[in-house]
Design a protein around this ligand. Structure first.
Ligand code: NDP
Length: 448
């Protein structure tokens, strides 16, 4: 058989042709392919078996109508999705996003990324992602409940503890997971770990809520530790004020860093005195309980200022994008570099546009891509699955150690595959290390 030596342009031409109108998906595939194609040049088995081509094609995409009734008695319709991307190394695993911006392109990019991320954790989990273009903002609890029940009524046909185990993501927190788990249990008459991120009373794991944000900071600490430095004393700019952002901020404070900003879709607050533990509790309560806006922070903390837009113009040592995809443009990345940023650890999924990534890589700063830096959340989800199967609950200190060990091992894996002399290209390391495990499993299965 002739070994086809593909190049990025040709490969992406095929991906773009087969997936028209899906820019986020093209972006995610290209970012991985740019590292994987050179790596497989001298490994004919991956080429003969068309592994990368097959990995860029989801196993299955499910799209469904979700009807529900609002508090005014009006019938509403949304679109639900589950992208089951790749189950070569374990059941599909990945979050559910409820946000008006949700499209098939976004969920395919997230499912594709998730496959590599889950592989990096070292746990037996495949990649998937799901969601709906439903906006929970401004809806009553009862409306959210009716939506979640309707969404799960269809989704429940496609998931299962050994098949596909969803979790939370943007717009899907403890409340939504509770409603969805309750509906699954009612429909199937079984109590199994079919979702993760559950309440502690019904099978949830300690530190799952904290794990993504904590993990992104542990990753930064590992990168700095490798060069004899640490987060202690560093000024940090964080975007977002949801699950990932607030726990990233919490861990920065625990490690002795200073948090200068948090944001939401309305803008960011800059507190030159630093957002300390008390102020962080205020924000968690404001955003998660009161469901308010970050701008309200300045009503209480008068030294802080509110600005529309994103926080990347604030001078810092460490930047943690923890809100959403494509929230750091090339211009913003260059601004961060010009202001002396040393570390970027991506808490959100694909928060940096390709031009920005190139700037960080060229600038040779410590840049941790999301699939490595934010893998702590799904790692603890994997541990939640294990606890559910064994019907046990691990203690918090045991889980903290496991999370730190997993983040260290992902870091070390990235160093192994991403070293370029003294410098480490963590993006290359993560893409190649994530690829190998899934690729080897696919080779073992033959053509399926
Ligand atoms: P949340 O819904 O808890 O918080 C999202 C935050 O980002 C909110 O502050 C929200 O502001 C802000 N945000 C959302 N969309 C935009 C936008 N278009 N522009 C500006 N700000 C925006 O989500 P999570 O914290 O769970 O998720 C954040 C990111 O982390 C996502 O990329 C997600 O995929 C990723 N992630 C999450 C994991 C988890 O365990 N939760 C695991 C791995 C990755 P507002 O309140 O105004 O909407």
């Amino acid at each position: 058989m002739t070994v086809r030596t593909d190049d990025l342009g040709r490969f992406m031409e095929g991906v773009t042709r087969r997936n028209p109108g899906e820019p986020e998906f093209h972006q995610a595939v290209k970012e991985v392919a740019a590292n994987v194609i050179p790596y497989i040049q001298d490994k004919p088995v991956y080429q003969e078996m068309q592994i990368l081509e097959r990995m860029a094609e989801p196993d299955r995409v499910i799209i469904f109508r979700v009807c529900w009734e609002d508090d005014g008695g009006n019938i509403r319709v949304n679109r639900g999705y589950r992208v089951q991307f790749n189950n070569s190394i374990g059941p599909y695993k990945g979050g559910i996003r409820f946000h008006p911006s949700v499209t098939l392109s976004i969920l395919k990019f997230l499912g594709f990324e998730q496959t590599f991320k889950n592989s990096l954790t070292g746990l037996p989990m495949g990649g998937g992602k799901g969601g709906a273009d439903f906006n929970p903002k401004g809806k009553s609890d009862n409306e959210v409940m009716r939506f979640c029940q309707s969404f799960m009524t269809e989704l429940s046909r496609h998931i299962g503890e050994n098949t596909d185990v969803p979790a939370g993501d943007i717009g899907v927190g403890a409340r939504e997971i509770g409603y969805m788990f309750g509906q699954y249990k009612r429909l199937n008459n079984e109590f199994v770990g079919v979702l993760t991120g559950k309440g502690l009373e019904f099978g949830g794991s300690l530190i799952r809520t904290e794990a993504t944000g904590y993990g992104a900071v542990y990753f930064a600490e590992n990168m700095l530790g490798r060069i004899g430095d640490s987060v202690k004393g560093k000024s940090c700019v964080v975007s977002g004020s949801g699950n990932v952002a607030t726990y990233a901020a919490e861990k920065i404070l625990q490690l002795g860093g200073k948090v200068l900003t948090l944001s939401d879709s309305g803008g960011f607050v800059h507190d030159p005195d630093g957002i300390n533990e008390e102020k962080l509790e205020f924000i968690k309560n404001l955003k998660q309980v009161q469901r308010g806006r970050i701008s309200e922070y300045t009503d209480t903390y008068k030294n802080a200022t509110f600005h529309e837009g994103r926080p990347w113009g604030v001078t810092c040592d460490v930047a943690l994008p923890c809100a959403t995809q494509n929230e750091i443009t090339e211009v913003e990345a260059k601004l961060l570099l010009a202001n002396g940023v040393k570390v970027v650890s991506e808490g959100a999924n694909m928060p940096t546009e390709q031009g920005g990534i190139d700037a960080f890589i060229d600038g040779k700063i410590l840049f941790a891509p999301s699939k490595a830096a934010n893998a702590g959340g799904v790692a603890v989800s994997g541990l939640e699955m294990s606890q559910n199967s064994a019907r046990i609950s691990w203690k918090e200190d045991e889980l903290q150690v496991l999370l730190q060990d997993i983040m260290k091992s992902i870091h070390d894996n990235c160093v192994e595959y991403g070293s370029e002399g003294e410098h480490v290209n963590y993006l290359k390391g993560a893409n190649v290390a994530g690829f190998i495990k899934v690729a080897d499993a696919m080779v073992a299965y033959g053509v399926v």
